[in-house]
Design a protein around this ligand. Structure first.
Ligand code: KG4
Ligand code: ZN
Length: 334
């Protein structure tokens, strides 16, 4: 049998649909929500409304582009969590309606597990076991991946996610949401050693990003007191320096995780894995340490249904289906 699955992602501010046939992701349709830009962050109520407006369109497009009819589908997959409750509800309800109408099973997918499984969409694919640094707007985790559906979080943030640190730092500089990609862009022409910030070290393999956020706030306040145009005049150097610090905090821990576990296959996933500074530093460190490095294609770094489809494929092979009374989970451990 060659399973044909439709997958829906709606956990935050991207509405996405994807069709996977026999483990091959055929497409990945994403409708992004620009509505949040002017608010400096995702507004949950606006996100769920936009999902409702977009979901039929993205599902239609995914099915059309894959040239499949609803009756060709063997199951419908959806993101159950973690994420924003109102956003998740749109995807879960839509999947329930379709599954009931077509009388086919539903597959719930954990969004963070799916970020890791984005590595199995294209080549080269890591082999087991490997370590995955999963870095997004809501999470920062080091995951020990033993098999497709057998993962353990061995380190994580105790407060803010690194994506949030990028976005808040950008907001403090007056940049729009999401600021992570803008910091990345400005950092390309800046000096990463122009300004120094503290590096917070937590016990074990954990992270903390709240301290650097506060340090950055005071750094900007003091610098602007001396020179009101400080940010405008130094934007590239500031971005390069803060990015350098955040990347160092991430990679120090990854190096420790590799030493502790003896694993030299290192992957990154999640929105922040699109950061070119992180990718470059990881490759350089990997060469020094003899690691094999895995970075997903850009469209599979940030939120997308392709990764949900990939995860659903492995769950389908194990016949792991959900019942129709399944509810979304704002928090959902891997
Ligand atoms: O995985 P994702 O799309 O959504 C969540 O599940 O959170 O990650 C979004 C996060 C945002 O914080 C965004 O600023 C960050 O990923 N991000 C980046 C870059 N591209 C996206 N951060 C730094 N550099 C980038 N190039
Ligand atoms: Zn995500």
């Amino acid at each position: 049998m060659h399973p044909v699955l439709l997958a829906i992602e709606s956990s935050c501010d991207e509405t996405s649909a994807s069709v996977v046939r026999n483990g091959k992701v055929l497409n990945n349709i994403i409708a992004s929500q620009a509505v949040h830009q002017k608010y400096g962050g995702v507004v949950p109520e606006l996100a769920s409304r936009a999902h409702q407006q977009n979901i039929v369109m993205v599902v239609h497009e995914a099915m059309d582009k894959a040239r499949i009819k609803p009756t060709d589908l063997h199951a419908i997959a959806f993101t159950r969590g973690p994420g924003l409750m109102g956003s998740l509800l749109v995807g879960v309800s839509f999947a329930k309606g379709m599954a009931m109408g077509l009388n086919i099973p539903m597959i719930e997918v954990n969004h963070m597990q799916a970020h890791v499984l984005a590595h199995f969409i294209d080549d080269p694919k890591p082999s087991f076991p490997f370590l995955c640094l999963t870095v997004s707007g809501g999470h920062t985790q080091i995951v020990l991946v033993r098999d497709y559906l057998d993962m353990e979080v061995i380190g994580q943030t105790r407060d803010d996610a690194v994506g949030e640190a990028f976005d808040k730092a950008a907001k403090m500089m007056g940049l729009p949401y999401p600021g992570g990609p803008l910091i990345d862009k400005y950092a390309k022409t800046g000096n990463p050693h122009a300004f120094k910030f503290p590096v917070t070290v937590m016990p074990g393999l954990d992270f903390s990003f709240s301290g650097i956020k506060t340090a950055f706030l005071y750094f900007l306040r003091d610098s602007k007191q001396k020179n009101p145009s400080f940010v405008d005049e130094n934007i590239s150097d500031i971005c390069a320096s803060i990015q350098h610090n955040l990347v160092k905090m991430l990679l120090d821990r990854v190096a420790e995780a590799s030493e502790q576990t003896g694993i030299k296959q290192i992957a990154i996933a999640g929105g922040v894995s699109a950061n070119t500074g992180l990718q470059t530093s990881l490759k350089a460190l990997g060469e020094k340490k003899g690691w094999d490095i895995f970075v997903p294609a850009f469209e599979y770094c940030t939120d997308n249904a392709g990764m949900i489809a990939m995860a659903a494929h492995y769950k389908f092979l194990k016949q792991q289906f959900s019942t129709l009374d399944v509810t979304p989970l704002a928090r959902m451990p891997i």
